[in-house]
Design a protein around this ligand. Structure first.
Ligand SMILES: *Cc1c(COP(=O)(O)O)cnc(C)c1O
Length: 415
């Protein structure tokens, strides 16, 4: 008989989550998560909470799309539901400029592959109907690139990440939506990194018919709760005609639990799967926080704190190549060049959770999700500078701290 091992209780220490995501779950969200009573998925307040979440989410996303709700899981769960309408053999143009749009591309190739193409390379199918347009690391997808590709290929679907978290680049959503409209293509957008950070309303982009985001970045919820999605009526009509090969990630079926049936809001949801009272309570609070702060103010707050962080690391001699407002992607000064991974690993071992890029070239990624205050930014800059100094950077940290003080004092004075 083998011996049964019961491990000691799992303790996870707090870290400073200064990466591209997950962000720092808001304490209010954690309190609602832990404070929810044990209740089943059809209990009246759980169902009411889901309906309220749906309504608040429409406000956060800026949409009148009836099919707006949360897909249980992480960002990829929402994306999988969104890509569910892509059928084998569908013509798709996919724009890739980093790790995440690259994985979106893989998902799309899996959905669009014919049975023969999938069998030939099950984990990485090369679907002839999918055109992948690759934009180099560190660059954005522009409206011109989208226009040229759609004019040439005339696909049914076009796919782009709004904010490519792998390289920290914002892609041209306006150009993408306009080109989709011009060529009557249905746009699908990975908005995992931008929702709740950037100030935009999805209804202002009528070329885009499917949107998917995540719980744990701009929405400040727990990673495994609800991935926001929204679909236009045209997307839903298309899906209704073709069907899709999923029960659980079927946008029409999944919407029922959120009280969306036959394209209409109904008073209470019907069973689709076992939703969690805790997850609903957490998601509900996260949406309340976003609406109380307002998306517009939060976007301004991100822009300010990113600019301060950027100025500080630039003064340390780092070269910033990103333009997202929740994340700084940088290369170390010349005398430390090539030691990015070593620096990241040292910081991570000390509970300072910054990240490397996941594709070449190796750069450092420092994120500020839900870290929009003087204390947090100062801690990030100080810990980063000290780690660089231990590698011999020789940075005068009093000069760097003076930059932070000047920016934060100026902001306080302006209020
Ligand atoms: C983080 C991220 C994902 C994946 O989200 P998970 O919550 O890890 O599943 C997908 N796309 C983009 C652009 C991201 O930033």
């Amino acid at each position: 008989m083998s011996k049964i091992v019961i491990f000691p209780r799992l303790e996870i220490p707090p870290t400073l989550a200064a990466g591209p995501g997950p962000g720092n779950t808001d304490p209010r969200v954690l309190a609602r998560f832990a404070g929810a009573g044990t209740a089943d998925h059809m209990q009246a307040d759980v169902l009411r909470g889901m309906i309220e979440c749906k309504q608040m989410l429409r406000e956060v996303m800026g949409t009148r799309n009836i099919h707006t709700f949360g897909v249980a899981g992480t960002g990829w769960s929402g994306l999988d539901a969104m890509f569910g309408a892509v059928m084998p053999g569908d013509k798709v143009v996919m724009f890739v400029n980093g790790t995440f749009s690259g994985i979106d591309g893989l998902t799309v190739r899996m959905k669009a592959a014919t049975p023969e193409e999938l069998a030939a390379s099950p984990l990485d199918p090369q679907a002839a109907s999918v055109t992948v347009v690759t934009v180099p690391h560190g660059e954005s997808v522009t409206g011109e690139v989208v226009e040229a590709a759609l004019a040439e290929h005339r696909p049914r679907w076009a796919v782009m990440a709004h904010w490519e978290t792998g390289s920290g680049r914002i892609n041209d959503l306006r150009g993408f939506s306009d080109a989709c409209e011009r060529h009557d293509v249905m746009g699908l957008v990975d908005a995992v990194s931008s929702l709740g950070v950037a100030n935009f309303r999805i209804d202002d982009f009528p070329g885009v018919h499917g949107w998917a985001s995540c719980p744990q970045k701009g929405i400040c919820c727990l990673p495994l709760t609800y991935a926001p999605v929204s679909f236009s009526d045209r997307y839903i009509a298309t899906l209704r005609a073709t069907g899709c090969r999923s029960f659980v990630h079927h946008p029409i079926l999944e919407a029922r639990h959120w009280g969306i049936i036959d394209g209409k809001d109904v008073e209470k949801g019907t069973y689709h799967r076992t939703h969690s009272a805790y997850a609903v309570a957490a998601f509900h609070e996260a949406l309340r926080i976003t609406l109380q702060e307002t998306v517009a103010d939060r976007a301004k707050n991100y822009a300010f704190h990113e600019a301060v962080l950027r100025e500080a690391v630039t003064a340390m001699g780092c070269k910033v190549t990103s333009n997202m407002t929740s994340l700084v992607v940088l290369t170390l000064p010349d005398d430390l060049a090539g030691r990015e991974m070593e620096l990241v690993q040292t910081c991570r071992a000390e509970g300072f959770g910054i990240w490397p890029t996941l594709s070449e070239p190796v750069q450092v990624r420092i994120g500020i999700l839900n870290l929009l205050n003087r204390r947090a930014i100062t801690e990030i800059v100080t810990r980063f500078g000290e780690a660089m100094n231990r590698m011999g950077a020789g940075i005068d940290m009093t000069r760097i701290t003076a930059i932070l003080d000047r920016q934060f004092d100026r902001a306080v004075a302006a209020e």
